[in-house]
Every structure is written in structure tokens, then in C-alpha cells.
Ligand binder design. Structure first.
Ligand SMILES: [Zn+2]
Length: 294
């Protein structure tokens, strides 16, 4: 299944098969484990180690790099994920467009378990995560990033969202088009008061991993699209005991096959990398960050 054969290099990463990968998928092993000819590549970055190796394979003629967000065996909790290393590693093997599924809680009764929602907005309520590459802090390798302020009004790629929604509908999954994902620090779930507050603000779903992934992708001029799978109704939206981790895993497992089908169809619906014309692709135009991207 996994071969360690060394191929040509993409960027400065050894062992990457010729051509690298131009699409990245951040998600668990259930998404790539059955692909043929997967090449495992270890990537080191100026920001440390990513959550795991990258797994490069082909989906319908497109080269895709998979990265298990929590590592194999799910050992890295949301607040300890090295998001900077993860996005940097993907870009290092050639990735320019990222699809990022994640599990969330529904903040409205109509968004029950099994709902697929492709958000168009984001609210960040994390507390202790590094959110930028351009922080003016000299890296271990001596590179001195400048401070940069990027536009982030629309955090998700319009082309990626369109491809994700079309793919879901093609699989008879009536995905919700748009909504606001609020990202909390975790690892605990919300209190009822927090959950009611999130719902009262008009936000749609709550998760723990969608940020700073989104902004770091933007800082590397990557297209980024998240697909949220509702695994539970959040505490304020239900009368019972609240969310349990067991329920979350159960619902995710029940939906992983169709989520994989949707992701693979979405991959084929993404524009060619050379044709990208969205704001994500031009995020760094005219900005001197002091950092050379891989
Ligand atoms: Zn884009």
C-alpha cells in the first residue's frame, strides 16, 4: 500500500513522486487508506513537524496529498495541532488548493447529525494558537518574517465551495450552502450558555479545528475550503446530556464513506491550479512578507 520509493523532488522535499500534488486534503486515514499506490512522505518544516507524514496518491487523474490532521491514531488534540507546519508541508509538495473536512456540532435544531454544511464565514474564538507566519519573530533557520496584515473578509475559496456543494448534490447529500463556523479552543465541548450564545449570534456550527487552518492557508496563498459534518447537536440546541466524544466518532464513522465520495468528486471539480483566479491565489500580491514560500 504505502511505498517509500524515492522519486523526483517537488520543491525541496525529497521522496516526493514526480509532479508532487497540487490538491491537499486534511482529514483522517479513512479518506485515503484504500487508494492504490500511495506514497508516504515525511516533511520537515521551519515550524517543526506536521501532524503526520503526507500520503500522496491519485484521485481521478489529480495528484492529491492527504494529511491526517490529528495524526495516525488520532493522538494530537485540536489545540496542540501544529497548524503552521501542516499547511507549510502541504505547500512544500506542490499543494495550492486544500479541502478540509471537519466534525462540528450543529447550533440549530435543523442541523442535526449527518448534516453537511459548507460554510462561507468564520468566527474565531480560540485562545492560544499561533495564527500567522508573518509575526516578525526570527525563525530557527534565521529567516526574518515581516509583519503582514492580509485580507480575510471571505475566508473560503469560492471555487472550492462550489465544487464541494456540487459534489455533495451529485451524491444526493443536500448540503447546506453557507453559514458561519465558530471555532473554539477545546478540547472540551461548550457549556450550554456558550452554545446558546453561539446560536443567538446567528452562527451555524461549532468546531475546534477549522482555525487557524483557514487563515494560515490564506497566508500561504492557498485556496481553502472546509466541509463541516455535523456529528451532534451542540449543548444549547438539545435538552439531553450534551455532546459526548463517543457520539461524535460514531456519527463520523457512519458518514465517512459518503464524505470520501463527496471529497473525491470535489477534487475533480476544482479548477486547474494554473487557472486559479480567486482572491486566495492573490492574497500575497504586493506584500513583502520577508518569507520565501516553498
Ligand atoms: Zn481560491
Amino acid at each position: 500500500m504505502v511505498n517509500a520509493e524515492a522519486g523526483a523532488e517537488a520543491g525541496n522535499v525529497a521522496g516526493v513522486p514526480a509532479g508532487g500534488a497540487d490538491i491537499g486534503v486534511i482529514g483522517g486515514s479513512g479518506l485515503y487508506s484504500f487508494l492504490k499506490d500511495v506514497t508516504e512522505v515525511r516533511v520537515d518544516t521551519p515550524y517543526g513537524q506536521p501532524s503526520d507524514s503526507l500520503f500522496l496518491g491519485e484521485v481521478a487523474g489529480r495528484r492529491v496529498a492527504f494529511l491526517p490532521r490529528h495524526g495516525r491514531g488520532h493522538h494530537v488534540p485540536p489545540h496542540r495541532i501544529n497548524y503552521r507546519a501542516n499547511l507549510w508541508a502541504l505547500r512544500s509538495v506542490g499543494v495550492r488548493q486544500v479541502l478540509a473536512p471537519c466534525a462540528v456540532g450543529g447550533l440549530r435544531p435543523e442541523y442535526g447529525p449527518g448534516t453537511l454544511l459548507v460554510p462561507d464565514q468564520l468566527v474565531e474564538r480560540t485562545k492560544a494558537r499561533t495564527q500567522t507566519y508573518y509575526d516578525g519573530v526570527t525563525r530557527a533557520d534565521g529567516v526574518e518574517p515581516k509583519v503582514a496584515h492580509l485580507g480575510f473578509a471571505d475566508p473560503y475559496c469560492p471555487h472550492g465551495r462550489k465544487a464541494a456543494l456540487a459534489a455533495a448534490r451529485g451524491r444526493d447529500w443536500d448540503a447546506v450552502d453557507g453559514g458561519t463556523l465558530v471555532v473554539v479552543e477545546g478540547p472540551r465541548f461548550s457549556t450550554r450558555a456558550e452554545s446558546r450564545f453561539h446560536a443567538a449570534m446567528g452562527w451555524s456550527v461549532v468546531g475546534m479545528t477549522g482555525h487557524p487552518e483557514a487563515v494560515l492557508a490564506r497566508e500561504l496563498a492557498l485556496c481553502y475550503t472546509t466541509l463541516t459534518l455535523v456529528t451532534d447537536l451542540d449543548a444549547g440546541a438539545e435538552a439531553g446530556e450534551g455532546v459526548s466524544h463517543e457520539d461524535v466518532l460514531k456519527v463520523f464513522a457512519a458518514n465517512v464513506d459518503r464524505l470520501r465520495s463527496v471529497l473525491f468528486d470535489a477534487v475533480t471539480g476544482l479548477p486547474k491550479t494554473a487557472d486559479r483566479d480567486c482572491a486566495c491565489a492573490h492574497a500575497l500580491d504586493g506584500i513583502d512578507t520577508g518569507v520565501e514560500l516553498p
